[in-house]
Design a protein around this ligand. Structure first.
Ligand code: G6P
Length: 615
């Protein structure tokens, strides 16, 4: 979704902002722009364009053509993912106020913009865009009485909704102001310069020392100082976070796409999720971020999981794990629905919010609702310092490193790995014996090797992808632990290849979707050698009888499925509770190669965003 970068310091802000915007491209966007301070009280220079950052760079070169090179030491930039108004030049950010001296970039949604806009128009302000964001620039000009921070504070008091905003004004060429409520803003602390952004990726090239603003914080930065205060101008102190990954982690490292790199990273990222957490001698896992001893864990009598997209599918696996091993009644729901349907939360309900980015608006709303209703709230996040991680207050990090491809891959396998460890830890405070726990721990430790073996099947998967790359529709089926894997396989394929794909419980196929089966509609059957296999084989028969080619994802050496399958992708033998991981890795590779053969924009699929910060 939208991205923000702002810079103040001795260097040319154009270069730093544009390279920061490139780092944020992965989030998904459809227009971009930059505003620069040309000198005190002068009009700000604004360059913006629909399309890609490369289009913005062309526009910048054109704007500067023939002009004397100069150093713009203060500027802000933005990538916009259209919500209010089409992705046009006018709707792109930054937006400037009437006098051209105040510019803003905004992430989030201003819910009361229509009434604010109507009032401002009556006062003579002229709007250039259809966005909700433009009101902010005009409000700041309206509230300005000599103090930029004060004007921003007064303006945001009038706003309802969610925002991360960066502001510059030519009246204050040495000041950059930023504010957050619901949409992240992070400040990079460097010597003699300050960078703000909506995402650490835009900053990590310059510094590893960052501060995340809290909701309600207003940042006033110069090149050498950073002050954070509340809206009422009461100074606050925020902890410095050290980023433990570097720029190489957000580069492709020789792979054609980030998605492929991230698929291949999984043996290492799963190992990172496990590192230091398996206590084999005690047959349990130690997850210190849960902030719970065995007696606290023993008190949990219900688990409620809230998440979106791929994280929701990981949550489904989590529900099976908590019920199977810890015997805790569990439910999983799409995060938006969690809040919309007023769920029942009791004192010992543990709400687990799963989010790779830690910024998904619906999942964040579920966290807040969970706290409000008195649940024990836990986050499973990848991005350190993200809003959900902080607001949950306790939980487990994935340590998978930055995930740049919009289609989530390594986060899923790490989420399932973490959920398995949580289930074991909870189960050990109940009926799971030390020996049974030890066996599970030993199986878990084999996961990186299992992931490696699936990736070694890539050449087989490429051949299958070549055969089916032209299909228009397909189904994924599975049962038990393979059901969420079927949903995830279909999601992966549709996200990046735009093929219509649907995941179904293998048995549910006959209650409607079977009407669509014919020889041009393949079915991908998740049928490893785990309980339920025989029944799914029956469902494969049903598909075969309707002439649908069946692609099986099956266990190495299993010959039972051969007569039912047109093609087979083999995964190593493993217990049922771990099988979603190798099955999903095989699906990721299949989706990737089909999308590649179709020439799709794999890392930034159309209409999708990496981090969805609107509800
Ligand atoms: C977006 C992404 C998905 C992701 C979902 C949840 O829709 O495109 O890949 O699964 O958000 O994101 P989260 O960061 O909360 O896991």
């Amino acid at each position: 979704m939208c991205g923000i970068v702002g810079y103040i310091g001795p260097k040319n802000s154009v270069d730093i902002i544009v390279s920061g915007l490139h780092r944020l491209e992965y989030r998904g966007y459809d227009s971009a722009g930059i505003a620069l301070c040309q000198g005190r009280d002068e009009k700000l220079l604004v360059i913006k364009t629909p399309g890609k950052i490369s289009d913005l760079e062309t526009a910048i070169r054109a704007a500067f053509a023939g002009k004397e090179a100069r150093n713009y030491t203060l500027g802000i930039g933005h990538t916009r993912w259209a919500t209010h108004g089409a992705p046009t030049r006018e709707n792109a950010h930054p937006h400037v106020s009437r006098n051209g001296q105040f510019a803003i970039v905004h992430n989030g949604i201003i819910e009361n913009y229509a009434e604010l806009k109507a009032r401002l128009i009556k006062k003579g302000f002229v709007f250039a865009s259809e966005t909700d964001s433009e009101v902010i620039a005009h409000l700041i000009e309206e509230c300005y009485v000599g103090d930029l921070r004060g004007a921003v504070a007064a303006a945001i008091e009038k706003l309802e909704g969610a925002y991360g905003i960066a502001v510059i004004s030519s009246k204050h060429p040495d000041t950059l102001v930023a504010v957050r409520k619901g949409s992240p803003i992070v400040v990079g602390i460097c010597d003699g310069e300050t960078i703000v952004a909506s995402d650490v990726s835009a900053i990590v090239n310059y510094t590893k020392r960052v501060i995340f603003l809290n909701d309600g914080d207003i940042l006033t930065a110069t090149a050498d100082s950073v002050e954070i205060a509340s809206i009422k101008n009461v100074p606050v102190t925020r902890e410095m976070t050290h980023i433990d990954w570097d720029i190489r982690d957000i580069e492709k490292g020789g792979y054609a796409h980030f998605m492929l790199k991230e698929i291949h990273e999984q043996p290492a990222t799963i190992a990172n999720a496990l590192r230091g957490r398996l206590i084999e001698s005690e047959g349990t896992a130690k997850l210190s971020g849960m902030l719970m001893g065995p007696s606290d864990m023993a008190r949990i009598d219900r688990v409620s999981i809230a998440a979106c997209g791929t994280s929701y599918h990981a949550g489904m696996v989590g529900k099976y794990l908590f019920e199977d091993f810890a015997s805790i009644p569990s439910e999983v729901q799409q995060a938006a629905e969690f809040r919309d349907r007023n769920p029942i939360i009791q004192r010992d309900t543990c709400l687990i919010a799963i989010s790779q980015s830690g910024e998904t608006a619906d999942t964040l709303a579920a966290v807040r609702e969970g706290h409000q209703k008195g649940a024990v709230v836990m986050g499973i996040c990848n991005v350190v310092g993200s809003t959900i991680a902080r607001e949950a207050g306790r939980g487990v990090y994935l340590h998978a490193g930055p995930e740049i491809g919009v289609a989530s891959t390594k986060a899923f396998t790490s989420q399932v790995t973490v959920l398995t460890m949580m289930a074991i830890a909870l189960a050990r405070t109940r009926r799971l014996s030390v020996n049974a726990g030890r066996e599970m721990i030993q199986q878990l430790a084999k996961l990186p090797g299992i992931a490696e073996q699936v990736i070694a099947q890539e050449s087989v998967i490429i051949k299958i992808a070549e055969k089916y790359a032209d299909m228009r529709d397909c189904f994924y089926i599975g049962r038990g632990y393979m059901y969420p894997a079927a949903l995830e396989g279909a999601l992966k394929l549709k996200e990046i290849s735009y093929i219509h794909a649907e995941g179904y419980h293998a048995s549910e196929l006959k209650h409607g979707p079977i009407a669509l089966l014919e020889k041009t509609v393949p079915v991908i059957a998740l049928v490893p050698n785990v309980p339920g296999k025989i029944k799914t084989m029956g469902n494969m028969q049903e598909c075969k009888a309707r002439h649908s080619p069946v692609i099986a994802i099956a266990t190495e050496g299993d010959r039972d499925i051969e007569s039912l399958s047109e093609d087979i992708i083999r995964i190593p033998p493993c217990p049922e509770f771990l099988a979603p991981i190798p099955a999903v890795i095989a699906e990721q590779l299949l989706a990737y190669h089909i999308a590649r053969l179709r020439g799709c924009s794999i890392d930034q699929p159309r209409n999708l965003a990496k981090s969805v910060t609107v509800e």
